[in-house]
Design a protein. Structure first.
Length: 460
């Protein structure tokens, strides 16, 4: 029992320092029960699911359907429905009768439907799920394939294809149940960190309150790229993290500092104007898509001439400080209460278009009277763009592109243990000042964008 408690503490600490990878999975006494009370829709599979869990094997299938409508502003008042299906397999080697402290995890993500990304006018996707597994197509990809081995109650190592989007915080950052907007979910100063990539890492717990962790990723990793032979061909993305648990007034919280550095040669933001125009006209990057459309639909390129040799940046870096802190909790329940979160990030702004990022919000978990499993939150985020991000086009087209703000409110209502539904309202002040108006054949001002959405989650 003592070793189990130590392992649980180590797992909890890692969950605040780096993405939650292959870990012990909490399982109920039984997956069975009536339709209104069972943990997952398909139940215990005639007892097979309960037997598998006792032997350390847990197989889950989660479905999220997210209709969203632009009710005002943006480029077009459009509506679409997007969805993600996530399949996850966890294996505990000790429960499986093999060796202690080992955990395997495999996770795939499939996207379907259509989204309103092109119509929002925002530079940052208004739904993080639109990026999974690809920002340009519906597809299926391997999001994670990891093995974690705990060496003692103080240390562990992990390796494989690492999912850097795995939820790590209790109050925010879980895009499947909380906020939708990318800016509110993740610090965009870390935009150069791949969403999924081959790599390895280690963690060290010198005390119960301090966790130190580090990992190295393939700088070119993507969810759709599974070719291990290509890993690290163009350099690495290294991350180190230190996390400190705090408990002011007896209320739990934690503070975190994450540093990122990469030696991959990346295209610099500081370029000859001809290169900037050519890059925008050929890139398939969501962040650049709206600018490209302004050039294409206007029927001309603002700059002509022969491309010059591209300027490169041989290294990039970023740093993010963040904290989460409960402000109130009911007695005896560490997972319920009202808390706040904050983060501030900075990058070199030479290859990363995001120079600074900020997040601030308030979240309530299980505090609505009579609704112990409902959550709600209000969050604000700002993405501040680098001064070197397309400066010539900013001046010649009066694009703006100084910063982009978003405020989001959400509510997650638990209908049953396996079904949740919740509305989301986003108010976005786009970084771009204008968009192209097809009706008039000219430019028009880009107004504040209002997006209403719903998210239906079903755990099978």
């Amino acid at each position: 029992m003592k070793n189990v408690l130590r392992l649980t503490a180590l797992v909890a600490a890692l969950g605040t320092a780096l993405p939650l990878l292959a870990m012990p999975v909490a399982t109920p006494d039984t997956w069975g029960g009536d339709l209104a009370s069972r943990p997952r829709l398909t139940g215990d599979w005639g007892g097979a699911r309960d037997t598998m869990a006792k032997k350390g094997v847990v197989l889950d299938f989660d479905l999220y359907v997210m209709p969203q409508k632009i009710t005002s502003g943006g480029k077009n008042e459009n509506s679409e429905t997007w969805g993600n299906a996530i399949t996850t397999l966890n294996v505990d080697t000790q429960k499986a009768g093999l060796w202690p402290g080992g955990f395997f995890k495999v996770q795939t993500v499939t996207s379907f439907g259509d989204n309103v990304m092109r119509d929002t006018g925002a530079m940052v996707p208004a739904n993080l799920s639109w990026m999974l597994p690809s920002p340009v197509d519906t597809d299926t990809g391997l999001q994670e394939l990891t093995y974690t081995q705990f060496l003692s109650q103080h240390a562990g190592v992990f390796f494989g294809k690492i999912n850097s989007l795995a939820p790590t915080n209790l109050l925010h950052g879980d895009y499947t149940t909380g906020f939708l907007n990318t800016s509110v979910n993740m610090p965009l100063a870390l935009a150069m960190v791949p969403l999924s990539a081959y790599g390895a890492g280690a963690l060290y717990l010198p005390s119960h309150d301090v966790t130190l962790a580090a990992m190295v990723l393939d700088a070119n990793g993507t969810i759709e790229n599974n070719d291990l032979g290509d890993a690290f061909d163009d350099g690495v993305m290294a991350l180190v993290s230190g996390d400190l648990k705090v408990k002011p007034g007896g209320l739990p919280g934690h503070q975190n500092l994450t540093l990122a550095w990469s030696n991959k040669d990346r295209t610099s933001l500081i370029q000859d104007p001809v290169n900037i125009a050519n890059t925008l006209l050929t890139a398939r990057v969501p962040l650049l898509g709206h600018i490209r459309e302004l050039i294409e639909t206007a029927g001309h390129t603002p700059i002509v001439g022969a491309p010059q040799p591209l300027n490169k940046e041989s290294e990039t870096w970023a740093a993010v400080y963040s904290f989460e802190q409960f402000l109130w909790q009911p007695a005896g329940d560490p997972k319920r209460g009202i808390g706040m979160f904050f983060s501030a990030g900075v990058s070199d702004g030479k290859a990363n278009p995001i120079k600074n990022s900020f997040q601030l919000g308030l979240v309530g978990k299980g505090v609505v009277p009579g609704r112990p499993h409902d959550d709600f939150g209000i969050g604000w985020a700002r993405a501040k763009f680098s001064d070197d991000f397309v400066p010539f086009l900013r001046e010649n087209l009066n694009l703006g592109l100084d910063h982009e703000d978003v405020v989001e409110l959400y509510y997650k209502a638990a209908i049953t243990p396996w079904m949740s539904v919740g509305p989301s309202l986003q108010v976005i002040s786009p970084a771009l000042n204008k968009t192209f108006d097809a009706a008039s054949g000219g430019f028009k001002d880009l107004d504040t964008t209002y997006i209403f959405g719903m998210r239906l989650g079903i755990l099978f």
